[in-house]
Every structure is written in structure tokens, then in C-alpha cells.
Write a protein that binds this ligand. Structure first.
Ligand SMILES: C[S@@+](CC[C@H](N)C(=O)[O-])C[C@H]1O[C@@H](n2cnc3c(N)ncnc32)[C@H](O)[C@@H]1O
Length: 188
């Protein structure tokens, strides 16, 4: 979506949560109805999704602007002993954070000075490594000149707890859903 700079008063969003949900598969009934209107093929649309399960075409490097929590999470994931951690999983997670950072950058630019953005997100685990997405997003946003004006955390049950494979790794049950409120400062 093309948005003019400093044109938006308020953003409320719930972006994909880095939990490997393929939204083109999850919304395939809706996409079947919209099919004739789509300008991209379903596989390409799937590649464009934030949180895509497809390996990106381009080589993506960690960007310093993603912040220290993101860099240490990605380093731990890459070192993980489980199969394909340094390959498939590392590349798809790089893709996730790259798309998220670019999306957040556009939100920051589109907001008017004094405008607010509210993000609903939740954390997750890669095997036994905590993916603290709320903190990662907080660090990304403040590097883009937005100020955190409020944060509220809610501990919830998580569907990933019913996966029998999760017992292979030690990790606490449930997930933390966070509401993050950001403010774009007014020009002085
Ligand atoms: C966590 S869900 C939020 C769903 C939303 N709260 C609702 O009720 O429809 C994330 C949504 O982001 C969408 N999404 C993923 N990648 C996107 C992209 N690149 N551009 C726009 N939306 C995207 C997904 O299709 C999904 O609907």
C-alpha cells in the first residue's frame, strides 16, 4: 500500500506473530473467492506474506536497526543443534524480521507527528529459545524515532501447547500477548 508521508493519525494492527502460520493457506477459502481479482499467483502471494514459510529468493543479512534482542535471538536460532536451524529456519526468520522492519518503517513514515500506533503481538518459542517479539518490536520502533507510550501484557493459553513435539524442549506453557502503544513525537 502506498501511503503519503505524515498522512495518518492512528494505526491499529495485529501483524503475523512469527509462529509459522501460512496465511495464504489459512485464508484459502477467502482467496478462492477473491481469485479472479488477484494480480499475483497464490504461491507468489504466499512468498510476499510476513511470516511466509517459503525460503526467500534473496540473501538477507541481519540489519543493525533490528536491535540487540533480535540479533541475539537470530544468533541462538542459527546455533541450535536441531535439523535445518542454520538453513531453512534461519532464512525464514531473517525474512520475517526484514519484512516486519520494512513494514514498521512505512508505518512510522506514514504517521503524522503526534500520531499513534498500536500493535497487538505475542511472543513464541523456536524449540527452547524465547522469541520475545514484543521486546524486539519495541527496540525496532524506538530506532525508527517512535516512543513507547504504553505496554500491557496478557498471559494466555497457547495452541502450540497441544503439539506433542513441544515436550521435547523445556519451555513455560502459554504465551504473552502484548499491546504496544507508540507515539510519533511532534516537530519542535
Ligand atoms: C495475526 S493475523 C491478524 C488478523 C486480524 N486481527 C483479523 O482479525 O483479520 C495477521 C494478518 O496479517 C496478514 N498479512 C500477512 N502478511 C501481510 C502483508 N505483507 N501485508 C498485509 N497483510 C499481511 C495475514 O494475512 C493475517 O490476516
Amino acid at each position: 500500500m502506498t501511503l503519503a508521508q505524515s498522512s495518518i493519525d492512528f494505526v491499529l494492527t495485529s501483524p503475523p506473530y512469527c509462529t509459522r502460520i501460512d496465511y495464504t493457506a489459512a485464508t484459502r477459502v477467502e482467496l478462492a473467492v477473491l481469485g479472479p481479482l488477484l494480480k499475483v499467483r497464490p504461491r507468489e502471494l504466499g512468498r510476499q506474506m510476513i511470516g511466509s514459510v517459503q525460503v526467500p529468493n534473496d540473501v538477507i543479512e541481519i540489519n543493525e536497526s533490528w536491535g540487540p534482542s533480535c540479533a541475539s535471538f537470530l544468533a541462538a536460532l542459527k546455533r541450535h543443534r536441531s535439523k535445518a536451524s542454520a538453513g531453512y529456519y534461519y532464512k525464514t526468520h531473517l525474512d520475517y524480521f526484514d519484512k516486519m522492519a520494512r513494514s514498521l518503517d512505512r508505518v512510522s513514515k506514514a504517521l503524522k507527528p503526534g500520531g499513534q500506533a498500536v500493535f497487538v503481538i505475542h511472543d513464541s518459542y523456536y524449540k527452547d529459545i524465547h522469541n520475545d517479539l514484543p521486546t524486539i518490536l519495541e527496540e525496532m520502533r524506538t530506532r525508527q524515532g517512535l516512543y513507547l507510550s504504553g505496554r500491557q501484557d496478557f498471559h494466555l493459553r497457547s495452541m502450540s501447547d497441544i503439539n506433542p513435539g513441544r515436550k521435547t524442549y523445556m519451555r513455560p506453557p502459554g504465551a504473552t500477548k502484548s499491546v504496544l502503544c507508540f507515539l510519533k513525537p511532534r516537530l519542535s
